[in-house]
Design a binder for this molecule. Sequence first.
Ligand code: CDP
Ligand code: MG
Length: 832
Amino acid sequence: RHGSTQKTIQMSSETQRLVGELLVGSSVSVGSSSFPSRQGGKQVLPAGNIEKSVSVLEIDSAKEKLNAELLAKQEKMKDSANVKAMQSFREKLPAFKVKAEFLKAIANNQVLVVSGETGCGKTTQLPQFILEEEISSLRGADCSIMCTQPRRISAISVAARISSERGEALGETVGYQIRLESKSSAETRLLFCTTGVLLRRLAQDPKLTGVSHLLVDEIHERGINEDFLLIILRDLIPRRPDLRVILMSATINADLFSKYFGNAPTLHIPGLTFPVAELFLEDVLEKTHYIIKSEFDNIQGNSRRRRKQQDSKKDHLTELFEDVDIDSHYRSYGRSTRESLEAWSGSLIDLGLVESTLEYICRHEGDGAILVFLTGWDDISKLLDKVKVNHLLGDQSRVLVLPLHGSMPTVNQREIFDRPPPGKRKIVLATNIAESSITIDDVVYVVDCGKAKETSYDALNKLACLLPSWISKASAHQRRGRAGRVQPGVCYKLYPRIVHDAMPQFQLPEILRTPLQELCLHIKSLQLGAIGSFLSKALQPPDHLAVQNAIELLKTIGALDDKEDLTPLGRHLCTLPVDPNIGKMLLMGSIFQCLTPALIIAAALAYRDPFVLPINKKEEADEAKRSFAGDSCSDHIALLKAFEGWKEAKRSGNERSFCWENYLSPVTLQMMDDMRMQFLNLLSDIGFVDKSKGPSAYNLYSNDLEMVCAILCAGLYPNVVQCKRRGKRTAFYTKEVGQVDIHPASVNAGIHQFPLPYLIYSEKVKTTSIFIRDSTNISDYALLLFGGNLVPSKSGEGIEMLDGYLHFSASKSVLELIRKLRGELDKLLNRK
Ligand code: CDP
Ligand code: MG
């Protein structure tokens, strides 16, 4: 049933005779067993077939042994008390009821779409059903199941969960692989990976050789990688008839996917959820107001201290109403929903209101965990700080407040899932990651701020925007459902009903909301044909202008040639799992011998800023960052120096105090350190670094900050801003959007006179205004040597940059020299 792509094996007639004798009356299967790049699947030959060799027999017996071993282990584990307890939990999940139907459906169909309420057991059970079935039927050796997850954190937590359900250690039969990190072994038969990891694997192995089952999870989220993968799979399926593809989605929109795959069958897992009452802002305000009123009624007889506490509470309420601008909301009832939505479209969320709601629940509602949906790390950490000192939530020893965020380190994961000790209330402050990919069972109350940080892409201005904006009705429904897992629950929606009514049905798919350069690079590296026509096959094809922008950028950085073909440089960039600009910075760092700084800065840009933003110590934190930057006028240098300082502090054993004093996250720094080593390995794989030469061979200029800044320019171009003096101040211009601002958290914020005429930046975002995030002051020479293409200037003298940023005139011989230097550099970058 796995088809037969087996190579036939030649053997001598003498061996044929021998083997023939051995084989009479028995059936033997053929195939090699090395995971994960096996050839094809298993083939059961009729008894007496003698077209086999002794070596095949050896492989066969090794395989049979493995099949038996896998089965024996699985059976043995079933007896352990832990697995038994887990098994009875598993049997209560809705997915368990459809087990037989599911296995039958995948046996009979190549593609299956499965939908079911979040928490019904899709992710943890369905891949496990396949695994158990394959092992029980003695097909364990040949089975290789992959399951993609949109996020790293869910890949790890699900793999860990299934391992413990099976009574195994993580990395035995069940493992995971995420960017730069994996836990798997030769024994692994079920591998969870991020969708990005699978896409990279497709580059090496376009037919996913040896994979027997591929499950694509969370497709309803419509992430860019998942949408991309679906296009590839639709083309791959006819060429891999033995591959089974299972698409998993929350209840939303399963039909859309079924249609896309030529009306593939769908299997719905009926939910098992309790009713969840729904309160909108108007109700929430009434409730929270009510507590305070009744407290005021009781005020007589209270101690002075208590009265004071309540007075401040009253102020808070007044503030609350001011913040929420409830009057204007009620007035807005007379207006159209669209207008009211606009009136409510402020990007902030009201943490005070969230806090009061938490107070209300803790003081007036029964037991049960609270799940709060916020927009990002900023809100989470602010609210964490507030909640920690809020005695109205009850005795601090009785609340357990936990953050949950996609890029959180994976330590303490279990705490989020486990029930808290008796008498303690668990409060989880989460981003929309808790909406569908992570399920916390004991949630009874959901507090939903109604917003999520959403990227959007302004193709006209080539600008990514990252703003909290209203979620869709589908998301709101998901969030609400999280409260009814174990008993009836309540969902506190901190927005008025009218806003809910005006929410879009579904969120726009990510492919329509993000810059497409990484995707386009992937399309080329996977040899999927012309970018435009490939993308037109997507579920919802992206805008033509967005595609053109991406192609143009890839041409500017030299990853694509004029015919839109991948250059050798482009091919190198594909192998580096980072944004193409950051990848180019790494290559330049190795060429120009300032490798270590390039690795460190690239790690920070690809992962996250190690500087933390404490709310009430913002100035001190800014000051710490500035002191790292010195007079470099560079956020990137600040990152580098902070990292070096941390390394030093770690060596001398005072990491903690160093991080504490300088507002740095040790976890992020550690991650950067790991990533830097991984980047180094990748550079060595593609031949840009020869590790045997030792680090000194690549770091001649690592302490030369001007050189480091020039490398930054080479990597980050065309992200350039021109600094123009306007009287006493400096104004900043980009070609695409005109004037921009420097982000207030940058060390360059507030500088009025820069020593050099340009800034290079890693990110331009539109929030309250158009900001450039991390920036570095660079010279025109850096731009001249490492920037975009040069053309003869229109005035006839000298040269200018194609995008017009730079005009440079010099004697013919100097210009000639510059051209030669750039030509040589191009050769280095494009070496094969
Ligand atoms: O994928 P789906 O949302 O359908 O559900 P799931 O992730 O397979 O989770 C099924 C159940 O397993 C959840 O309701 C949790 O009770 C439990 N689970 C857990 O306890 N720990 C995890 N890391 C994952 C799931
Ligand atoms: Mg799931």
